[in-house]
Design a protein around this ligand. Structure first.
Ligand code: ADP
Ligand code: GLC
Length: 491
């Protein structure tokens, strides 16, 4: 099949979270299964154009404000099996010539985002024309690419080139919907006549994600549990009734991971590699982690790691909020070391900074660092991820593969990937809590730490089982192939 991915992020070019990992690794897996995969995304300033090839000629993209002139750069990403994914970068100084994917620290959501991401959707069709290459499937991801299925359904499919193209839309996070004032609607280049029928209408605003859900041929989300959760009023972020309405065209498919990047045996970021059979390297990584963060170097103290966006979704309030979160009591009461890598909400950075000045066993690094994230995954004993909701989650999977047992809330992809510790049998791959409160996080960390000190054989056994699991795309890529077939049958 010919597949065009439309996305705001993809590795190794631009990443703000797991979306980038998911899109690039799925694309590779599909290419390895014999499909022709192309990806279109904006060229933000952070993507160095000197390493890319410029396609000949400018590309005009129609918009209601006239025509926007863009350039297109390209490069190939090779899979470990020698297959290629073709990347295309939409270059337009006015809209993408700046730092930040969606915004910056001072302006988290650029005020022209409706125009920036409408341009991406419109350009995806123009790119196909430019390449004279017409896909069977246009697969778009999250609100920032949600206009693509709308344009396909209401305009492009009426034309010969796209008459046989179906759309698949993946929700990576229902919490970000792209809701804007109605005055931005003209940026979409969709006529007012479709304001309701395409699904934009949202309490007198426009909602890109809602339009994508309503207008695409098939919808997926990133884990089976999350697919069920989002159909409930409690977790549907106001779109649950629409998702229930479309439930026959909605499927949860668990993300796979890219084992070229996340594999303790070959990982280039960590000081020593290891496997489930040869764990000496993990001890070396723990030592390096303790040294790096200025903690007491002691192999016997359990290290609890955390790598996260500081966002409400991740349960940061229950861990760090002043007078409410459990981090202070945890570090005071338990003989642990707590290592945090994160950035995001300013109150949280300030609070973690203040905890750090009070607690010798809590250390943090603020900012984004690929290298430190690998070191934390490799060197920690436990990984804390008490998310309020988690569509799929990547870090709990990376943790397990590195023998770092996750402590997670039983929600979304966390529930689908981690098996709770069963003390009677000594089985499991992690530790789970149900209701998210500071007390439940404290208790579950305490439970894991108790096992670390008193059930050493169980911990060793759990690490081995966790590390040997298969989280590659093999199964999920096949499920996508089935979804693509279902979408094609709809047109
Ligand atoms: P989400 O996409 O909701 O943030 P995921 O768990 O799917 O959640 O993916 C998060 C990804 O971003 C992981 O690969 C994680 O390692 C990475 N990440 C998050 N914060 C940082 C950071 N400060 N530095 C490096 N990597 C980070
Ligand atoms: C989103 C979700 C996360 C998921 C990622 C990739 O950012 O928050 O749970 O793993 O997308 O699908």
């Amino acid at each position: 099949m010919k597949i065009l991915m439309v996305t705001a992020e993809a590795l190794p070019f631009a990443k703000s979270g797991g979306l980038a990992d998911a899109v690039s690794s799925l694309s590779k897996a599909l290419a390895d299964n014999g499909h022709e995969v192309k990806v279109i995304m904006p060229r933000y300033y952070r993507i160095n154009k000197d390493k890319l090839t410029l396609l000949e000629g400018p590309m005009g993209v129609p918009s209601s404000y006239g025509e926007t002139w863009t350039a297109v750069y390209t490069t190939d990403v090779e899979t470990s099996k020698g297959n290629k994914v073709n990347y295309y970068f939409l270059d337009c100084e006015k809209y993408y010539g700046r730092d930040g994917i969606y915004g910056t620290a001072s302006e988290p959501d650029f005020n022209d985002n409706p125009t920036r991401f409408s341009l991406l959707a419109q350009a995806s069709f123009q790119l196909c024309r430019k390449l004279n290459w017409y896909p069977d499937i246009i697969h778009s991801h999250d609100w920032s690419a949600a206009l693509t299925p709308v344009l396909l359904k209401f305009y492009e499919r009426k034309k010969k080139e796209f008459a046989h193209t179906a759309s698949v839309f993946t929700i990576h996070n229902l919490g970000y919907q792209g809701i804007y004032n109605k005055s931005h609607f003209p940026a979409t280049n969709v006529e007012w006549l479709y304001y309701y029928s395409a699904g934009f209408e949202y309490y007198d605003n426009i909602n890109f994600l809602k339009a994508g859900i309503q207008s695409s041929d098939f919808i997926t989300t990133v884990s089976p549990t999350y697919a069920n959760e989002i159909q409930t009023p409690g977790m549907g972020f106001t779109l649950d009734s629409l998702l229930r309405y479309r439930k026959d065209d909605l499927q949860g498919i668990l993300n796979g991971i890219d084992t070229d990047v996340w594999n303790p045996e070959t990982d280039k970021y960590i000081p020593k590699n290891f496997t489930s059979e040869k764990m000496a390297g993990k001890a070396a990584c723990k030592k390096a982690l303790q040294e790096r963060f200025g903690l007491e170097v002691n192999p016997n103290i359990p290290v609890v790691g955390m790598v996260t966006r500081f966002a409400d979704q991740k349960g940061i309030a229950e861990v760090f909020a002043p007078t409410y979160g459990c981090a202070y009591a945890m570090c005071k009461d338990m003989n642990i070391q707590f290592v945090i890598l994160g950035s995001g909400e300013k109150w949280c950075e300030a609070e973690v900074g203040s905890l750090q000045s009070k607690l010798p066993n809590l250390r943090a690094y603020f900012g984004y660092s690929e290298e430190i994230s690998h070191l934390i995954e490799a060197g920690s004993d436990f990984f804390l991820m008490p998310s309020k909701y988690e569509p799929c989650g990547s870090n709990q999977v990376y943790s397990m593969l590195y023998g770092t047992l996750p402590i997670v809330r039983a929600t979304g992809g966390l529930a689908d990937t981690v098996q709770n510790y069963n003390e009677a049998k000594g089985t499991g791959t992690g530790f789970m809590l149900n209701d998210l409160t500071p007390q439940s996080v404290y208790d579950t960390v305490g439970w894991a730490v108790f096992a670390y000190y008193n059930k050493k054989d169980d911990i060793k056994k759990m690490q081995k089982v966790a590390m040997k699991q298969d989280f590659t795309w093999t199964k999920s890529a096949k499920e996508f192939e089935e979804v693509y077939k279902k979408a094609l049958k709809k047109i």
